[in-house]
Design a protein around this ligand. Structure first.
Ligand code: PLP
Length: 407
């Protein structure tokens, strides 16, 4: 991999001193990642030199902005190895992508009493979206349990499928436990029952290579801001055979072919799902971020972050009273570590770490049902990115030990 100092210099924010004393140790990457200079510069350049609304303009700038926007869609297609750009829908993020599927797939293919299978480790976005459909259409939500170690036990999964099962919707990687779910196997099982699968890739795309054709998933969602791109943009990948048969999500410009007061015809894929002016500057930023990640190399990023995760697990376990949630096996534990130290409240721990310049996340991490399963109100969570170092983990461990002496 490129030397870490070179990579770190791509991220100006990492030079900041926090409270004018401590160099920033940023370990909140599962919430959002920092942005490399190339992403911000590409967006600034577009605003300064290209800006014009896309798709409907005959003038030079509009055509150039359209070329950039559609070029970004092709970059996303390549990144996911989708068959066609028709399968790449730009959304505002993972949340919107999942809501779109719950809403439009639900409307097209689910009736009262039909079932969706989710898991006990889902983010709220993959729970509440289905609950909204439940209240509108009376669907049922079935929840696959996790073991005490925080992994899915596939032994009994067959019992969850029946003639009313319409879709499975699961996280690729848990944002709390770091568990890497065996989604390829789950997709194989679901397909054997004739059921499509939506994969929530918010926490997988930044950390290892995803190939939607190899997974054979039917839908795949991710967010730009978690993979070094801008906020406010994300992606829904969907197989054409499903997207084609789903109704639009929102009505407005871009998503139509013809409109009259009597009848409207909808645009082709993917525009049918992209009502209104898209964030065409953010799509440029996202494409730059994906190019950046690809140039560093996802295999190199994965190896580096696996090393950090293994090192962090080992170092954190030296702390008396330390409990780490999720699997101990790093081959199925991604770059997210939730932990609890003795009876020190997670909020106190996070606040005091912050005073040492160390940014971690505290609370329920938008996974309250999982917190209930773990029997806790919240945890502290350290999550890693390509620019983190072993020295930063040493700083985290030293910080925790220092705070421990205060209690
Ligand atoms: N799913 C998972 C697993 C997440 O970790 C997150 C964000 O933390 C989301 C969905 C929602 O992502 P966003 O807020 O970018 O829409």
């Amino acid at each position: 991999m490129t030397p870490i100092e070179n990579l770190r210099s791509d991220f100006p924010i990492l030079l900041r001193k926090i409270y004018d004393r401590y160099p920033l140790v940023y370990l909140d990457n599962a919430a959002t990642t920092q942005k490399p200079r190339c992403v911000v510069e590409a967006m600034t350049d577009e605003y300064y030199n290209v800006n014009a609304n896309v798709h409907r303009g005959v003038h030079f700038l509009s055509q150039q902005a359209t070329d950039l926007h559609e070029g970004s869609r092709e970059t996303v297609r390549r990144f996911l190895n989708a068959r066609s750009t028709s399968e790449i829908v730009f959304t505002r993020g993972t949340t919107e992508s999942i809501n779109l599927v719950a809403s439009c797939f639900g409307q097209a293919f689910m009736k009262e009493g039909d079932e969706v299978i989710i898991t006990e480790m889902e983010h709220h976005s993959n729970i509440v979206s289905w609950q909204l459909l439940q209240s509108r259409q009376g669907i049922k939500i079935r929840v696959l349990p996790i073991t005490d170690e925080g992994v899915l036990n596939l032994d009994g999964i067959g019992d969850f499928f029946n003639e009313r099962t319409r879709i499975v919707s699961i996280a690729h990687v848990s944002n709390v436990l770091g568990t890497v779910n065996p989604v390829k196997e789950i997709i194989r099982i679901a397909h054997a029952h004739g059921v499509p699968v939506l994969v929530d890739g918010a926490q997988s795309t930044p950390h290892f290579k995803v190939d939607v054709q190899d997974l054979d998933c039917d839908f795949f969602a991710f967010s730009g801001h978690k993979i070094y791109g801008p906020t406010g943009i994300g992606v829904l990948y969907g197989k054409e055979e499903w997207l084609d048969r789903m109704p639009p999500y929102m009505g407005g410009g871009e998503m139509i072919k013809t409109v009259s007061f009597e009848k409207t015809t909808f645009n082709d894929l993917p525009y049918k799902f992209e009502a209104g002016t898209p964030d065409y500057v953010a799509s440029t930023g996202l494409a730059k971020a994906l190019e950046y990640v690809s140039s560093v190399g996802l295999d190199a990023i994965e190896a580096h972050e696996k090393d950090l995760t293994a090192y962090a697990m080992q170092r954190l376990m030296e702390v008396p009273g330390m409990k780490i949630y999720g699997p101990q096996d790093v081959t199925i534990h991604d770059a997210v570590l939730s932990f609890q130290v003795g009876n020190i409240h997670h909020l106190d721990m996070g606040t005091l770490l912050d005073r040492l310049g160390i940014a971690v996340r505290t609370g329920h991490h938008c996974a309250e049902p999982l917190m209930h399963r773990l029997g806790v109100e919240g945890t502290c969570r350290a999550s890693f990115a390509l620019y983190n170092t072993r020295e930063e983990i040493d700083a985290l461990v030293a910080g925790i030990r220092r705070i421990q002496t205060m209690f």
